[in-house]
Design a binder for this molecule. Structure first.
Ligand code: M6R
Length: 616
């Protein structure tokens, strides 16, 4: 939540910063603002609403030229989405400007202290206290902004990323990080700070991960990182492997439609190099020993939103292949219920962004209890993999649309690779059985491509259903989390009532929701797998149809048994039941995207949401 950019170099800072904010707007769009250092002064422009509002303001009231600047795009926490609460916040003496992501938990106490000292605060934010505190400390540090930042950070509680500039010292940008993302981009005669590498990927691919409780000082030619106590810090430099085009729309109307279309490649990339010529899995990069895996007696998956649904799918495969009991839990609930985890528990933390605070806090709690934590993550260098014992990266490339799509498919694939690997190590599965699943997985990109061919049909269906008051989704087995995911997509994009149910649960209450014409989307498992599962859901389709529902059925090619009861059929290629979520969810993504478009909503930036939820 909240996007942060800082720049010092030879280019016009405003262009670099606003360009970076455009790429970070997915992180929050309640307001945007910039500050530049010019002629010994700070110049700030900020505006409530999307970045476009700030750009209009900059057109009417331009900033002076400058090669040092910072910028922010906000997801509001403390204080509403107003101009006054927009970042940057400037100290009362006009000498320091600060932008912030996260929450400063002791801000009320700090605010009271400042008020008692006669400072008049201009906003309702927690951020503003940092600007005033920095200004008060600067004289004592000889106007050393990095030293002042360290001193102020030592007083802050909570999770935060801060970036500041100082009027009197041009060509210096200082950042600080605790439990919130901040990455350095190293250029030639220029350096960058950002919440995410997408902000500077058009300028450089050389990145540096910052660790916990570190402060970084950027000049044009130097990057100096220290710990909050002033000692030199160890950092990890890396190269970003994808290029700027990966974070562009590339001819699509929305990032979401582009990301849906990228799913075959994302799945193929996530499998790449992880299956040896011997047909066995090689996940050495995971940094967890076979001995550790043999000792595991329980798996607990923790995640939020779409990643939680991926975990629910994974549970079916993991228990089936490894016979290890698996629980899947919303990360936001996990640590508050005294969960039973110990050193023989493998906790799998799934997160696209690697920043989700609920998941991060849950994994910290799990580690405190002695559990080993394996992260499944899409964002290199992010906090969740850094704080985990082991990591398996998904290779979805940047996911910009707030609604998660390709991350979901790759999370399932990565979980399946882990499950198969555990089965391989523990001897639950023999090489030929693993080889057979692996071959099925390798066929999935081609099959997902075939599902994408049904997109026009699904869009036409969405156009017909756009005035529905409610849409229900049902499924059984792995189709149940797919139903939940379909409903989540529709809620977040089309702002309409949508609910997913286990099909068997319908008659225990939710069936009362049915009335004439209510669309019910049914995820039908393969008739070739466990036929009883298929038979049961065919009965469920009949039950809802008998009560007037309009049945939209996602069924395998060749499954004729659903035809008499379906008002509309979307076909997916044949595949084993456990892999079907990788196909069945795709029409649901397209449906939600088309529904939002038909309703005139912003598909990539749905209201009230942000891509990375970095507050609890
Ligand atoms: O970055 P993460 O995977 O940890 O994010 C978890 C959820 O916030 C995320 O999946 C969210 O539910 C999506 N907006 C759903 O489309």
């Amino acid at each position: 939540m909240c996007g942060i950019v800082g720049y010092v170099g030879e280019k016009q800072a405003l262009e670099v910063v606003v360009g970076g904010l455009r790429r970070l707007e997915y992180r929050g769009y309640d307001s945007a603002g910039v500050a530049v250092v010019a002629d010994g002064e700070l110049d700030v422009r900020k505006k409530a609403g999307k970045l476009a509002n700030l750009e209009s303001l900059l057109g009417e009231d331009p900033l002076p030229g400058s090669t040092t600047g910072i910028g922010h795009t906000r997801w509001a926490t403390h204080g509403g989405p107003t101009d006054a609460n927009a970042h940057p916040h400037v100290s009362a003496d006009g000498k320091v400007a600060v932008i912030h992501n996260g929450i400063i938990e002791n801000f009320a106490e700090l605010r009271a202290e400042l008020t008692a000292a006669g400072v008049v605060l201009a906003s309702e934010t927690d951020t503003e206290v940092v600007a005033h505190l920095l200004a008060s400390v600067l004289p004592a540090t000889g106007h050393d902004l990095a030293e002042s930042m360290r001193a102020v950070c030592r007083r802050l509680e909570g999770a935060f990323t801060l970036v500041a500039v100082q009027a009197d010292v041009p060509d210096v940008v200082v950042g600080a990080r605790r439990s919130s993302p901040l990455v350095v981009g190293r250029g030639d005669g220029e350096n960058f700070l950002a919440s995410d590498v997408t902000a500077f990927i058009a300028h450089t691919r050389h990145a540096i991960e910052l660790g916990q409780d570190q402060v970084v000082e950027l000049t044009r030619d130097s990057v100096t990182v220290t710990n909050f106590d002033g000692t030199p810090a160890t950092v990890h430099a890396y190269e970003v492997t994808w290029d700027a085009a990966a974070a562009e729309k590339g001819g699509y109307d929305t990032f979401m439609s582009k990301e849906i279309a990228e799913q075959p490649k994302a799945v193929a990339d996530t499998l790449l190099g992880r299956i040896g010529a011997d047909g066995l899995l090689h996940l050495d990069e995971m940094r967890v020993t076979d001995t550790d895996l043999r000792e595991v007696d329980k798996v607990v998956v923790i995640a939020c939103g779409t990643a939680y649904h991926a975990g629910m799918v994974a549970k079916y495969a993991l228990e089936h292949w490894t016979r290890i009991p698996c629980e899947v839990e919303l990360a936001s609930e996990f640590r508050y219920r005294d969960p039973v985890v110990d050193r023989r528990t493998l906790v799998v933390a799934i997160s696209q962004s690697g920043e989700t605070m609920d998941t991060l806090m849950a994994l910290r709690y799990a580690r405190e209890q002695g559990a080993r934590v394996l992260a499944i993550c899409n964002t290199q260098g992010s906090t969740i993999p850094r704080e985990s014992d082991a990591v398996l990266y998904t290779r979805a490339g940047p996911e910009v649309a707030v609604a998660s799509t390709k991350a979901f498919l790759t999370q399932i694939v990565a979980c399946y690779l882990v499950a198969l690997y555990v089965a391989q190590v523990r001897g639950n599965k023999f090489g030929d059985e693993i080889g057979s699943v692996v071959r099925d997985l390798a066929n999935m990109p081609r099959k997902i491509d075939l599902v994408l061919d049904t997109a026009e049909d699904v869009k036409a269906l969405a156009a017909q259903l756009q005035d529905s008051r409610s849409v229900l989704f049902i499924g059984r087995h792995v189709g149940f989390p797919v139903a939940l995911e379909g409903a989540l997509k529709l809620k977040e994009l089309a702002y309409m009532h949508a609910e997913g149910f286990a099909a068997g649960e319908l008659k225990h209450g939710p069936i009362a929701l049915l009335e004439e014409g209510v669309p019910v989307i049914v995820v039908v498992p393969s008739p070739r797998g466990r036929s009883v599962l298929h038979e049961k859901i065919v009965s469920n389709i009949q039950e809802v149809r008998a009560r007037g529902a309009r049945t939209i059925v996602i069924a395998e090619e060749g499954d004729e048994s659903v035809v008499p009861y379906a008002d509309h059929i979307v076909r997916v290629p044949q595949c084993p039941t456990l892999l079907q979520p990788l196909l069945a969810v795709v029409p649901l993504q397209v449906f939600a995207c088309a529904m939002a478009t038909a309703k005139g909503h912003d598909v990539d930036q749905p209201r009230n949401l942000a891509k990375s939820v970095t507050v609890e």
